[in-house]
Design a protein around this ligand. Structure first.
Ligand SMILES: Cc1ncc(C[n+]2csc(CCOP(=O)(O)OP(=O)(O)O)c2C)c(N)n1
Ligand code: SF4
Ligand SMILES: [Mg+2]
Length: 253
């Protein structure tokens, strides 16, 4: 395999996400799921370069459009494992409508969100998840808007696997990514990803991230965990429901 030079800033949280995923691919390969059966799509932004750093079939699509792309891919080739890598700006700003509809349909795919709270590639403007009051390139006096809660949105839209990971805990992230890919239905892992150049949250997350001890047993408990002031990582909620592919009668698991 040719070695490829990454262009991410040294210390970027994207490295932890890439490493964790490479370990997951190796694990899936050992279970007999060959590389050609795992298809990746990524959006536009620093996160989107991950497609270039993986030895897998991959599609670097236009801003915010990973989910419609993967939905089509699954309908055409339902036996493939569909994996999306998106940014917070990419998915929670430009592609927000697609999150709602793909979750509602319960398309069988795994979505990994590199949530760094900024538009990184375009040099640090606010996104939908930037905290209120935060000074960014586009909000020099502090962000006047309240951030959205992406996991609450995904849960209320119908996502059947809801998790939060941290780029600084690769071991846990690897487990979350593996479980998300194995889950049958729409799985989202919102990954807290420090951006050393425009939103350096390493210290804050190292202090404040807490592992969730037990996943929620019902949706009300899941909402409480998601709305908690504590920043929990782990699988928050999962449930098995018919997927889009099953509902259309093109696939039975
Ligand atoms: C439709 C469209 N709007 C805006 C842009 C410009 N643009 C390129 S990258 C980017 C920021 C991406 O931010 P995010 O998705 O959070 O990814 P990150 O760089 O932080 O990983 C923007 C706004 C674009 N390429 N296409
Ligand atoms: S700008 Fe931020 S997100 Fe982009 S590579 Fe650098 S540290 Fe990572
Ligand atoms: Mg971003």
């Amino acid at each position: 395999m040719k070695s490829i030079k990454t262009t991410w800033c040294p210390g970027c949280g994207n490295f932890g996400i890439l490493r964790a995923f490479i370990n997951v691919i190796e694990k899936l390969n050992k279970e007999g799921i060959e590389k050609g059966k795992i298809v990746v799509s990524s959006g536009i932004g620093c996160h989107g370069k991950i497609s270039d750093y993986l030895d897998l079939p991959s599609f670097h699509v236009i801003h915010g459009r990973v989910l419609p792309f993967l939905t089509g891919l699954k309908l055409a080739n339902p036996e493939l494992k569909a994996v999306g890598f998106v940014g917070d700006g990419d998915q929670y700003n430009e592609g927000i409508e697609h999150l709602i509809h793909a979750a509602k349909r319960n398309v069988d795919l795994a979505l990994f969100v590199h949530n760094n709270g900024v538009f990184g590639l375009t040099t640090g403007q606010m996104t939908a998840t930037t905290p209120r009051g935060k000074k960014t390139r586009s909000t020099p006096k502090g962000n006047p808007e309240y951030p959205i809660n992406p996991l609450l949105l995904a849960l209320s839209s119908g996502a059947t696997f809801i998790a939060r990971g941290y780029a600084g805990d690769m071991k846990q992230l690897e487990e979350l990514m593996y479980d998300a890919i194995k889950h049958i239905g729409f799985a989202i892992v919102d990954i807290l990803q420090p951006c050393v150049s425009f939103n350096n949250t390493w210290e804050f997350y190292n202090k404040n991230v807490e592992k969730l001890e037990k996943e929620a047993s019902d949706i009300k408990e899941a909402i409480d965990i998601i709305l908690s002031e504590k920043i929990y990582t782990g699988i928050i909620y999962r449930i098995r429901k018919d997927t889009f592919e099953e509902s259309l009668g093109i696939l039975k698991y």
